[in-house]
Design a protein around this ligand. Sequence first.
Ligand code: ZN
Ligand code: ZN
Ligand code: ZN
Length: 367
Amino acid sequence: MPENGCMPESCAFCGAVGPLTREHVFGQWVSRTGLDLAPMRHHAGPLNALPRDMGEQPPFRQTVKSFCGSCNNGWMSNLETVAQRVLTPLILDEPGTIAPEDQAAIATWVQKTALTAMLLSSKEQRENGYGLAPSEYRALYERRELVQPLDFSQFWVGRFEGVKGFSAVRVTPLTVRIPDFPEPPLPQGYAMTIVLGALLLHGVRFTTPGLQADTKTEMGMPQLWPSETSVMWPAGQACTETSLLALADGGTLRATGGEVRLQPWSHAAHLPQSAFENGAIKVPALCRKHDIYYPAALLQEAHQGRFYAFMTSCECSAYLIHTDSDRVRFRAAGEPEGIAAMYADLVGDEFLIEDQIGEFACKRLPA
Ligand SMILES: [Zn+2]
Ligand SMILES: [Zn+2]
Ligand SMILES: [Zn+2]
């Protein structure tokens, strides 16, 4: 019976109305792999927005209550069983192989996990285009017997060498850009990125028929789906904490043949209004509760085609920010130490700008 007169909820995958069960974003087997279980901050949502803060909790423990028992205990659970068997050694950084007969199930598991994680983003974020359409959930459900990811999708497997015990799920809406055509008003696909310990799984799905581009990654990661051969792991270039940001934005995907490029959907990447205040530009922080400031000189620089990165913070979070032609983009949000490490890793000369606020440090981004 619905509580407090709420609308009865229905399963995000099959649409069944009734009691919903809690499901872990990552199956519970992940917490048994021996990955570091120290509490770390968890965020859900797209990379460019301050992910909704899930608070301090042990990794892998986040749950969403959006699925019926028969989905949860049936096809979703079957995918977790395959993922546990195939991925556990790779998560623990033990070289291994993904056999052709497991590849479709692993790619489907990536898709299912990305869809599940997106349910952690807020209703508001979803309404602003951050979430994935209900039809994506239904389409995956409809091919549950087939155990194949959605059409027009590709998946790769790589190695992550960043913080030990790190885990993340990111989904970034993408647009397919054709030279001389304006940016389409809605995303035409999305990139999915999952990090679990040493394992990196990356995928792209095109949602607009006819626009699917045959893509590859610049990092030489072996393709998991579609594929007809065994995938040896690790292979290709390892991904670091810094390169993960660009990768999750679809930045290492290249359409093979043609002039088509993939870009993060800028409505999702760009910020609301900024204001000029006491010689500084004020922009709402991603938390939407506070503002951050940067010297107006950086905006003038941007008009000259010179762009910078800087760190700042509000009470909720530290941020790594890049200036863009007419605005700033939040590249990362999180603990100050992590943001400082990302800033330190950036290539570029550091500049100090003096203004009314004091000295402001920033790094010139390579052109
Ligand atoms: Zn269901
Ligand atoms: Zn996490
Ligand atoms: Zn804040």
